[in-house]
Design a protein around this ligand. Structure first.
Ligand SMILES: Cc1cc2nc3c(=O)[nH]c(=O)nc-3n(C[C@H](O)[C@H](O)[C@H](O)COP(=O)(O)OP(=O)(O)OC[C@H]3O[C@@H](n4cnc5c(N)ncnc54)[C@H](O)[C@@H]3O)c2cc1C
Length: 492
């Protein structure tokens, strides 16, 4: 069995994993492993953008207030303050890596830009009282991930292992020392050892039958941390995006910014209904809009409602939403001429592996960043475009702590005694694992959970149910190897 050894092992190549790796790469020897190709992550699907206070009329206090309000009183105010304050430096870091955010284009702005340099176009999304969403057209995540992946691939201290699936954390003497990893193509197990291990494996939304997330989003990092004894929190707060394209061949997100630019929600007969639910109408926070749509769908026995932006000029729609426009067109829907059929879908996991402000979990040497982590930022409901922000801010913060802690360590890698124990005990434990079942097992969880109004409630309720679903998922994941092993032994 191969036993690669690194200073830092980053599991996951989304915005969080890539940011952390690049922030540390000048100081440490880093492995990034990803069960998918490097560019394949929820991060690269993000259309809307990244929330940051940029406009003159906006303020840190306002971003903080909006986030607390969207989180239904369950955010940690210290964490929210930390995040919104660190947003600007995180964005500046991203720009320094080469991300070019969309800029204003009106003649007035063009003139001002010459004087003030860098007037970004800012979107407005649900729950935000100001325009504060930086974006790259409607493909923000794609550009961010491509830019960071390019940097990572070209950094001499970063080695990328794509199509490698982390199976379980290896712990010894109450600390994390590595990870058991499956090489998907070679169908071989490898034992990675590292001084610091970082979980950046994203959320759990693919366990739901209707989801905006791709099949890689099976909560592996949260499950691994749970099995290693880490604290997990708030798994009951699963966010449902209100407007996912409703089409037999595609589940594509119709970004909140379509409503931000004036799109309205209507029933098949054209009736607008959000005024019955919230005075912020279509730009109420996501949980409120989702509940409203679900209520209307139940009341009228519908599979979907519509988002309609046809009142805007076709040229504006095509320019502002090139990706959404094209994806809808591919499904035979011209959004400049007809409303888009939409329904809610599982989108974001607010809970996760409990960390402090530096991404440290409750297990020594194990960090968690991005959607895998529970930092306390989102409370019961993540506000739009705060998650990529969380990825950046906490990855940078974790990187600073890790760099500091590495400086305190002796220069040598894991000492030879630990190395021998690691090889012998873990090799024995893992040589008989049924390799083929490990990867396939993740796929069988898709559809385990359904949209359930009790889980949509922004308060502690539905908790038992949602936590129950997830805990059984994690236990099943844990048991799967044993079960398959038993079946093999029994010749089943
Ligand atoms: C369609 C869509 C649109 C969105 N739009 C926005 C938006 O506009 N703004 C915003 O702020 N947020 C948005 N979000 C949410 C946001 O994109 C995610 O919360 C964020 O990108 C998560 O980043 P991450 O780095 O934590 O994880 P991800 O980007 O999900 O990356 C996880 C990585 O871990 C890897 N991985 C998973 N399991 C394993 C394993 N066992 N072994 C090895 N590797 C593994 C995956 O292959 C992947 O590389 C959107 C999400 C979706 C799905």
């Amino acid at each position: 069995m191969q036993t690669p050894s690194f200073d830092i092992l980053v599991i996951g190549s989304g915005a969080a994993g890539l940011t952390l790796a690049l922030s540390l790469a000048d100081h440490a020897n880093i492995a990034i492993i990803s069960k998918s190709p490097l560019l394949d992550s929820s991060s690269q699907q993000a259309q809307g953008g990244i929330a940051t206070v940029m406009a003159k009329e906006d303020s840190i206090e306002s971003h903080l207030r909006d986030t607390l309000k969207a989180g239904a009183g369950l955010c940690d105010p210290i964490v929210v303050k930390f995040t919104v304050e660190q947003a600007r430096p995180a964005i500046e870091w991203l720009i320094s890596q080469g991300v070019m955010f969309t800029q204003e284009e009106t003649p007035q702005h063009k003139a001002e830009k010459q004087k003030t340099k860098g007037l970004f176009h800012l979107n407005k999304e649900g729950g935000h009282t100001h325009r504060r969403i930086l974006h790259v057209d409607d493909k923000t995540g794609y550009v961010v991930v491509h830019t960071l992946a390019h940097q990572a691939l070209n950094h001499q201290n970063i080695t990328c292992f794509t199509e490698h699936t982390a199976i379980d954390l290896i712990c010894e003497h109450d600390q994390c020392i590595g990870c058991l990893v499956l090489d998907n193509h070679a169908q071989e197990l490898k034992l990675f050892s590292a001084k610091k291990i970082v979980l950046a494996t994203g959320g759990t939304s693919f366990v739901y039958s209707h989801t905006t997330n791709a099949d890689r989003t099976t909560g592996d990092g949260i499950a691994m941390a749970y099995r290693a004894g880490c604290r997990i929190a708030d798994m009951e707060f699963q966010q449902f995006h209100p407007t996912c394209l409703y089409h037999q061949n595609s589940t594509f997100l119709i970004s909140e910014s379509v409503r931000g630019e004036g799109g309205i929600l209507i029933l098949p007969d054209g009736t607008r209904f959000m005024s019955a639910y919230d005075k912020r109408l279509e730009l109420a926070p996501r949980d409120i809009v989702t509940r409203a749509i679900k209520t209307e769908m139940d009341k009228h026995h519908l599979d979907h409602v519509y988002v309609d932006i046809t009142h805007k000029p076709a040229e504006f729609i095509q320019k502002r939403f090139p990706t959404i426009y094209q994806r809808c067109l591919d499904c035979g829907i011209d959004m400049t001429k007809e409303p888009i059929p939409v329904s809610p879908a599982a989108h974001y996991t607010c809970g996760g592996v409990v960390t402090d402000l530096s991404g440290q979990t409750t297990l020594k040497n194990l960090f968690a960043v991005g959607e895998t982590a529970f930092t306390g930022l989102h409370g019961a409901n993540r506000m739009a475009s705060n998650s990529l922000l969380e990825c950046l801010v906490f990855a940078v913060s974790a990187a600073k702590t890790i760099e500091h802690e590495l400086q305190q360590l002796p220069f040598s890698k894991i000492n030879s005694k630990t190395d021998i124990d690691f090889h012998e005990t873990e090799k024995q434990k893992t040589t008989h694992l049924p390799v083929e079942s490990l990867y396939q097992s993740q796929m069988s969880f898709h559809g385990l959970a359904q949209i359930d109004p009790s889980i949509l409630v922004s308060q502690r309720g539905g908790e038992e149910k949602a936590t129950g679903v997830y805990m059984s998922y994690m236990t099943v994941a844990n048991d799967d190897a044993n079960k398959a092993e038993n079946q093999k032994t029994k010749g089943i």
